[in-house]
Design a protein around this ligand. Structure first.
Ligand SMILES: *Cc1c(COP(=O)(O)O)cnc(C)c1O
Length: 394
């Protein structure tokens, strides 16, 4: 969103500028340089009549200036991160949660609360997202559909359409413009965890809700568990009401770390994407690798949606995937992604273990598939480690 006085979102230079300055505009006037961390759980006031009035407004989910009354309603440090992420995604508002799954839960509960508990979802999704929908734990009912079947799957009680693009862990891409058209009035939720707003801004393609596991690239250092939804102010109010009542709030220290992470996000994504693209090319020519998945390499990909391939790739090995995981020395053998160090994991054993094997197979997640999140190390060091591990795995 280019409001007056802000640099233009269309320019990459301006995006970098906003990544550094968004959420920090008032610091000079406050006379501080680092963002203040507000750890208060309650906010004293001698005016309880006034507080009652503020609570009435806050109860509608509206963002009210001034102290938040109680920490489950809001937090000034977290609000800085929310505003900054919303700015980078080109949305009016951001609502932060204790994890990516808490963010998805809040979106699903808004659909249930509106009496539209049917969800249409495109596979593959992150394993626990797939599980949350498939288990009907929150009272939603899911219809799994390929992107071109989404319009036909929508019913009068459909409250949400859910897609990840690129998807975890196959990097499958879905065209958001076409999906948004297929959705009509039903909100389209795009999980933008893999691309980040540096490479793709789903709201510009009609997604009403842009979800992140902020645990990944936004935090960027493997030390924050968080989720966030960027959306319009009307939907943000519904999400704040759910967050207030269910309590999956983000800790202020996490809000601080996430805001700090955003400042380097464009540089981290650019550097890691360049290395990932190079590794994808080299892996494609390796005798131990049967297939490489990397955004932009498949035919028929949606055009004009992503401005780069990103920092995550996956590949299928002819040898033993467990042997490869055991053999890496520089690369960190761990689930999760988006950190400064390179992480590799076996989705069938970890990130997507909770998904039924048949559903995994239907989503293109084979037992030989490995997912790698590329960090900021030197490309030659990473290649030497990968090549050695591939040889060791046979
Ligand atoms: C990790 C992940 C999630 C879940 O986020 P948490 O922060 O672990 O709760 C959701 N979507 C995608 C694409 C993910 O990679």
């Amino acid at each position: 969103m280019t409001t007056s006085g802000r640099p233009d979102a269309a320019s990459p230079g301006a995006f970098r500028t906003r990544a550094v300055h968004a959420g920090r505009e008032d610091l000079v006037d406050l006379g501080v340089h680092a963002v203040p961390i507000d750890l208060s759980t309650t906010y004293p006031s001698r005016d309880s009549r006034g507080e009652a009035e503020r609570l009435d407004v806050l109860g509608t989910g509206a963002a009210v200036p001034g102290a938040p009354v109680y920490a489950r309603i809001g937090n000034p440090t977290v609000a800085r991160f929310e505003a900054a992420l919303a700015d980078l995604e080109g949305c009016a508002a951001g609502v932060a949660f204790a994890s990516g799954m808490a963010a998805l839960t809040a979106c699903l509960l808004t659909a249930v609360a509106e009496g539209r508990p049917h969800v249409v979802a495109v596979r593959p999704l992150y394993g626990t997202s797939d599980h949350l929908l498939g288990s009907a734990l929150l009272g939603t009912r899911v219809t799994w559909a390929a992107p071109h079947d989404v319009a036909a799957a929508i019913r009068p009680d459909t409250g949400l359409v859910v897609v990840e693009t690129p998807a975890n862990p196959t990097l499958a891409e879905s065209g958001l413009d076409a999906l948004a058209r297929a959705c009509g009035d039903v909100p389209l939720l795009a999980d933008n965890t893999f691309a980040t707003p540096v490479l793709q801004r789903p709201a510009e393609h009609g997604a009403r809700l842009v979800l992140h596991s902020a645990t990944k690239f936004l935090g960027g250092h493997g030390d924050v568990l968080a989720g966030v939804v960027a959306c319009d102010e009307e939907y943000a109010r519904r999400l704040r009401q759910v967050r207030f009542a269910t309590g999956a709030t983000l800790h202020p220290l996490s809000g601080y770390l996430l805001l700090r992470g955003l400042a380097t996000l464009p540089l981290r994504i650019a550097a890691a994407s360049a290395t990932a693209a190079e590794l994808a090319d080299r892996l494609a020519g390796h005798p131990g690798v049967t297939r490489v998945h990397y955004p932009g390499r498949a035919a028929g990909r949606p055009s004009g949606q992503m401005t780069g391939g990103g920092a995550v790739l996956s590949f299928e090995t002819a040898g033993d995937p467990h042997g490869l995981i055991g053999a890496v020395r520089l690369i960190t053998p761990a689930v999760s992604l988006g950190s400064v160090d390179t992480l590799i994991q076996h989705p069938a054993s970890l990130s997507h273990h909770i998904v039924d094997p048949a559903d995994r197979a239907a989503g293109g997640i084979g037992d030989g598939l490995l997912r790698m999140s590329v960090g900021l190390e030197d490309v030659e060091d990473l290649w030497a480690d990968l090549d050695g591990a591939l040889r060791a795995a046979g």
